[in-house]
Design a protein around this ligand. Structure first.
Ligand SMILES: Cc1cc2nc3c(=O)[nH]c(=O)nc-3n(C[C@H](O)[C@H](O)[C@H](O)COP(=O)(O)OP(=O)(O)OC[C@H]3O[C@@H](n4cnc5c(N)ncnc54)[C@H](O)[C@@H]3O)c2cc1C
Length: 416
């Protein structure tokens, strides 16, 4: 192997990547972090609201406060990192050799590594992915763009705002605009229930008297140079607009907060199988993809509403990388498949080995109250006063329970 050679290269310097790099460095592995942005920190840098670190630090921090603790640790451990370093491609050469091409100002760098921890986060869905035709005028932003304008650059995107999507990102942006003195005309949600955490419905909408229209969709954006109004319609149970229910809402800004999708372009190019439910890669309980020695964590794996889970996954991937390097690959006795039963929309990881306890992350398809989260093969069940599609179920599956199973482990939510 020639050139720059590492045990672990972490692609993406957000919370998942930094947590992974801290751990692999503490394990004595030669680690490098590559971040395309000007600074380490990922999406948390522009999230100046509180709500970060409640599980991990048992404290309620803003995004920058949360990530500063990780950046400080990176600096004190002397972890090597490059910012302004965009990873353009990954090449698999052999089990212990992967080549990474990095574009940096004025140069292209080739790096060789035994393992990769892929933590590139997520991208936002744009207006055409959610079928909003109409004028292509100024004043239409994704939530991330609007947030960066306000919280990084101090620019107010508009004064009368309609938010599309009631996931946590949309709710937080509604409050953010209200706090800055804008009029938030409405939050429009196509589903019959809100997409975000209950705490955010209360703290971001109810506290500011912002109306939420469920089972509604924005069907058109109108304007000449800038947005002037949106057309909103009720939708039926198939989420199709009902003719005759259209009405106009005047506004100068439309913020599309229609969900995040794991950013896995480089892995797809390598042929890594993708789970259509998570839209992230299929992984085992070391968070290893189908390509030996390439691990994935954080929002690139599954969209996490809590940063704490992204960090936890980064640390799990670090454990995987360590084991991989020590054993020249991850060998297990027998993989059990995680199967999605009643009211489970997605689950991660997809395969478990029985080598260790495993943290399972799952999301339901529809909201329910007073139900049990059950794993029939192990006889385990957990009472849940409520389950919501927005709220990730986190469950630790004990090694002893995994060893009771043969080929599959079913997750389900049911009344008894
Ligand atoms: C608006 C908003 C509000 C949120 N609010 C909360 C909250 O209140 N509480 C909470 O706990 N969580 C919150 N979250 C969730 C939390 O921020 C995420 O779960 C977490 O940031 C995910 O971390 P990550 O490291 O996976 O991804 P990111 O933070 O997205 O980091 C990914 C990094 O990878 C880099 N990258 C991507 N591609 C490349 C490449 N090819 N080469 C090099 N670098 C690359 C990106 O530049 C980025 O820095 C919020 C998220 C959003 C978007």
């Amino acid at each position: 192997m020639a050139g720059l050679v590492y045990d672990v290269v972490v692609i993406g310097g957000g919370p998942a990547g930094l947590a992974a790099a801290i751990k692999t460095t503490e394990y004595g592995l030669k680690t490098l972090v590559l971040e395309q942005g000007e600074k380490l920190g990922g999406i948390t840098l522009q999230c100046i609201h509180p709500g970060f670190g409640i599980h991990y630090f048992k404290e309620d921090l803003t995004g920058p406060e949360f990530i500063y603790r990780f950046i400080k640790k990176i600096e004190s451990l002397g972890v090597e990192y490059y910012t302004n370093a965009y990873v353009e491609s990954i090449e698999y050469r052999s089990i212990m050799e992967k080549k990474i091409s990095v574009i940096m100002p004025g140069r292209v760098l080739d790096i060789t590594t035994k393992t990769i921890i892929y933590t590139t986060g997520a991208r936002e869905r744009h207006r055409y992915e959610i079928n909003i035709p109409g004028a292509n005028v100024s004043g239409v932003y994704t939530a991330g763009e609007a947030q960066a304008m306000m919280d990084l650059w101090g620019v107010m995107p508009g004064k009368r705002v309609v938010i599309v999507g009631s996931g946590d990102v949309g709710l937080i942006m509604a409050r953010r605009f209200a706090l800055e003195g804008a009029r938030v005309e409405a939050v429009i949600e196509i589903l019959p229930y809100p997409g975000g955490l209950t705490r955010n419905i209360v703290q971001c909408l109810k506290d500011y008297n912002i109306p939420l229209y469920l089972s509604h969709a924005v069907v058109e954006i109108k304007g000449r140079k800038r947005v002037e109004k949106v057309v909103v319609a009720k939708v039926n149970e198939n989420l199709e607009p009902i003719p005759g229910t259209e009405r106009e809402i005047e506004c100068d800004t439309v913020v599309i907060a229609a969900g995040l999708i794991p950013q896995v372009r480089l892995l797809e190019k390598l042929g890594v199988p993708i789970d259509p439910a998570t839209r992230g890669p299929i992984v085992n309980d070391y968070l290893e993809t189908s390509i030996p020695g390439i691990f994935v964590a954080g929002n690139a794996l599954v969209i996490n509403d809590f940063v704490d889970y992204a960090v936890e996954q980064g640390e799990q991937a670090a454990d995987g990388a360590r084991l991989f390097i020590e054993n020249k690959g991850i060998h297990t006795r027998k993989w059990r498949r995680i199967v999605k039963g009643r009211n489970i929309r997605l689950a991660v990881p997809h395969y478990v080995s029985g080598d260790k306890d495993v943290v399972l992350y799952a999301r339901v398809k529809w909201p329910e109250d007073n139900v049990w989260f059950r794993i029939p093969e192990t006889g385990r069940k957990l009472f849940m006063p409520k389950v919501r599609p927005a709220e990730m179920i986190r469950y630790v599956l004990a090694k002893d329970d995994i060893l009771k199973t043969t080929d599959k482990i079913t997750l389900e939510v049911s009344g008894q």
